[in-house]
Design a protein around this ligand. Sequence first.
Ligand SMILES: C[S@@+](CC[C@H](N)C(=O)[O-])C[C@H]1O[C@@H](n2cnc3c(N)ncnc32)[C@H](O)[C@@H]1O
Length: 396
Amino acid sequence: MSTSTAPGYLRLIGFSGTNKVMAGELSRLTTRAGISHCLPEPRKDGLGSLVYPFDPHIAALAVRYHRTSTRVLWDLYESRATRLEPLYDDLVRQIRDDDRGWGQSGYGISVTTHGVQEFAAGERQIVGTVKNALIDGSKQRQVTFHVNPNAPDLWFDVRLRDQVLAVSIDLAGRPMSQRGYRRIGGVAPLNESLAAVLVMLSRHQPRTEPLVDPMAGSGTIAIEAACMGRATPVWVAPRTAACEKLPALRSLMTEMPSPLFPDTQPIVIANELTEAAHSLCKEHVSKAGASAYVHSLQGDFRHLDPRSIFTICRQRGNQSPRGLILTNPPYGERLKTDKLQTLYRDLGQWCRQFRGWKAAFLIANPNFVDAFGGRPRIVKPLSNANLRSSFVLYDL
Ligand SMILES: C[S@@+](CC[C@H](N)C(=O)[O-])C[C@H]1O[C@@H](n2cnc3c(N)ncnc32)[C@H](O)[C@@H]1O
């Protein structure tokens, strides 16, 4: 009797505290793609990790469109071995017996570890052992791989969780945040996946609500809001997801439409003070293919008359009394405390001209809430590049 290997798991990894947001986004995507019946409730594995039974259609959808996750993994093997030799034996046995056909002869592989400090061997030894097991186990199935850390076809990810070592394929081959629209070496920008989290936490309604970022920097929030509203693919050409080479997913990846919500026409306004960041913002918007939806302005938001924003919205056919202000204001790395207090106070006064709208912020300065004025309806801790930050949302 022939047995077949269980499909494994699809794992979405994200920022701590974003499980609900990641699940919500995937659910929206599967509904639109007509495959929501394939999506069970996920298992939460920590504060920023969701696990689903592996389904190639859902996996392809996630790696192509899912903006709030930082990694999309296919969990293939697990081992409870606590030393290298038993780990090798355990993995070779599983790989030899694996009939999922995830690889192809001639492919180069690379292996990266995350959080394996508690294993009784160094990272390089773990990497070497897993590589050898992948190559030797596959050879027994007549599939030959070679090591190619610089330009691999398959990226393997090794993580230790609750004393279980998990070996997965990183379906994107890189962090999901590296979409491909950002120029390296610009101003210190917000992580793209975190910007997408902020848009989801604000419950932005892209069909009806204009979104304004008054301190847009290089435009990450504006771009993510526009692209998420239309569910455009995460990857900007020539960047592609690694799994376009995976036999199990490659045809699914190229069949999917772009974007998933072509009839949504978001209205996004990105305002920025400095010329340098403003021109970077325009460059990023254009590279992300979002120029038709993101209107870039330059100047101090204090001089930005809400009536000019309402005019832009009207010209684009939007008369909604509701909208969303969303930004991550400076938190104090360059500005003195009294200037920051004034900035936050002025921001509060400026926002309160938008009656009936929501205003949401990623803040990392404890003085923000007092200076802004009023009481936020939502306060949620979120980490941002090792800064203790919070998401706050006000009804204006
Ligand atoms: C933390 S950064 C925003 C980063 C942005 N989210 C990105 O991804 O690039 C804050 C931005 O606010 C801008 N800024 C500061 N004061 C401003 C003001 N009064 N009006 C408009 N923009 C301002 C700064 O120039 C900076 O680009």
